[in-house]
Ligand binder design. Structure first.
Ligand code: UD1
Ligand code: CA
Length: 450
């Protein structure tokens, strides 16, 4: 079946009280818009078109960053949801098959729900996704008669009696593309908000003798984000769902309620995630890896058998091969750690390659930034970097080489060599006792007030 998905993302989102367009606010480390795009993509549609308006350049850039295949169209000015859909008319004029309208401010809709809507199209020309709201607030109300949807009434236009209806409109609508486009062309703005409401297409369709129906879903899916409070609610709802999915997939979460997953987090079976682990975007963890408590991970890949943390920070470009061990208070950025590398404690590794089975001592720092440019550190296989080595990049340490503790390494150390770059030690017998005796007599003299 050919499907086009239209994602509405032009609205300002006044109630967010923000300079950032609403659809770029994040849930699970991803803009609301990307949640809608991910849901759209799950249907393997032939087209995805995002309607932009408020801060269109930023919203379009975010859409195309998600995928080059996403098309965008400008709605200017923004005169309502039907007017927004009408903007895709020329793009989708010849698109066969079904159209689904998603709102970019509604991030929790599931693929199964959309598939149920496509199935329901066998029974109705227009299918609307509805839900029973515990708190119907300002959602549009669905006016039904048995299995038939008669109308969607916006809260502002509803009579007091209609306002008591708790069956609400999620915003998601499905119809044949050409029917949808011909209906939105007929919508007018004769209502309380002077807006072109997409919801009016239900009554317009019925006047043409077409039927409309409702597919129901859980209200956890249809939460529309209009305020910061709803953004926080959406985050909480996403996390509950994502944690449950991870557990279901065979991941151990020691304290699930303290783990925050991102939209694109991927964790393999039998991985173990400790308490208070935070995932930013772009993290993949292979089966059997272990992340101990209080780690922050972003843009990194952790292979089978690796252990990380507690209290480690992996930043974008951190690539950990199998059986790597990264311990506490270690930060890694843009670095490849080959199999079996050990970095136990208190270390910064940035812009580096480290060969297999190399050991990095506590307090090692790759000095990668000279204030203007970044430089790389290359360390070979089975090398041993002594504690508190400063590796002033660009610098290369060969296979099997060693650096002495406390060295400031500014020159390459060839394979199997030892690099020592520190002052030689001087030892003065008895000097400590003489110094302390002298200091004690000074203190005693001061106490006597002399
Ligand atoms: C809309 C529905 C309401 C439903 C609710 C569910 C209409 C008229 N009302 O109300 O029935 O219960 O969603 O959350 O559709 N947008 C545009 N261009 C515009 C206006 C809006 O692209 O000119 C986009 C917004 O960016 C947003 C979406 O459409 O992603 C919904 O707009 P919003 O103003 O939030 O609609 P609601 O008042 O919440
Ligand atoms: Ca809304």
């Amino acid at each position: 079946m050919q499907v086009s998905v239209i994602v509405l993302a032009a609205g300002q989102g006044t109630r967010m009280n923000s300079d950032l367009p609403k659809v770029l606010h994040k849930v699970a480390a991803a803009p609301l818009l990307h949640h809608a795009l991910a849901t759209a993509q799950s249907l393997e549609p032939s087209r995805i078109v995002v309607v932009t308006g408020h801060e269109a350049a930023a919203v379009s850039a975010s859409a195309t960053a998600w995928s080059e295949a996403v098309e965008t169209v400008l709605q200017d000015p923004q005169l309502g949801t039907a007017h927004a859909v009408a903007q895709v008319a020329s793009l989708l004029a010849n698109a066969a098959g079904e159209a689904i309208v998603l709102y970019a401010d509604t991030p929790l809709i599931r693929e199964e729900t959309l598939r149920a809507m496509l199935d329901a199209r066998a029974r109705h020309a227009i299918v609307v996704l509805g839900f029973h709201a515990r708190d119907p607030g300002r959602y549009g109300r669905l006016i039904t008669d048995g299995n038939d949807l008669l109308a969607i009434r916006e809260f502002k236009d509803a009579t007091p009696e209609e306002q008591t209806i708790t069956l609400c409109n999620s915003g998601v609508i499905c119809a044949e593309t050409k029917v949808l486009l011909s209906l939105v062309a007929e919508v007018t703005n004769a209502n309380a908000a002077d807006e072109y409401y997409l919801t009016d297409i239900v009554e317009l369709a019925r006047r043409r003798g077409l039927s409309a129906g409702v597919v129901l879903c859980d209200d956890a899916e249809t939460l529309g984000v209009n305020t910061r409070a709803q953004l926080a609610e959406a985050e909480a709802a996403f996390q509950i769902r994502a944690r449950a999915a991870a557990l279901e997939n065979g991941v151990t979460l020691t304290a699930p309620e303290t783990v925050f997953l991102a939209l694109d987090t991927w964790i393999g079976r039998d991985a173990i995630i400790g308490a208070n682990v935070i995932f930013g975007p772009g993290v993949t963890i292979e089966s059997g890896a272990e992340i101990k408590g209080f780690c922050h991970l972003e843009g990194c890949h952790i292979s089978r058998g690796a252990t990380v943390g507690p209290f480690a920070r992996l930043r974008p470009g951190a690539e950990l091969a199998e059986d790597v061990h990264v311990g506490n208070f270690v930060e890694i950025k843009n670095a490849i750690l080959e199999e079996g590398v050990k970095i136990g404690h208190l270390t910064y590794i940035g812009d580096a390659e480290i060969g297999e089975h190399t050991n990095i001592g506590a307090g090692t720092v790759t000095c990668n930034f000279d204030g203007v440019m970044k430089h790389r550190t290359r360390i070979g296989k089975r090398a041993f970097i002594g504690s508190a080595t400063m590796l002033v990049a660009p610098v290369t340490i060969g296979d099997g080489a060693l650096t002495a503790s406390g060295s400031v390494i500014t020159e390459d150390v060839p394979a199997e060599a030892v690099g020592i770059a520190r002052a030689r030690q001087v030892t003065k017998p008895g000097l400590a006792t003489r110094m302390f005796d002298k200091l004690k007599s000074i203190k005693a003299a001061k106490a006597k007030g002399q």
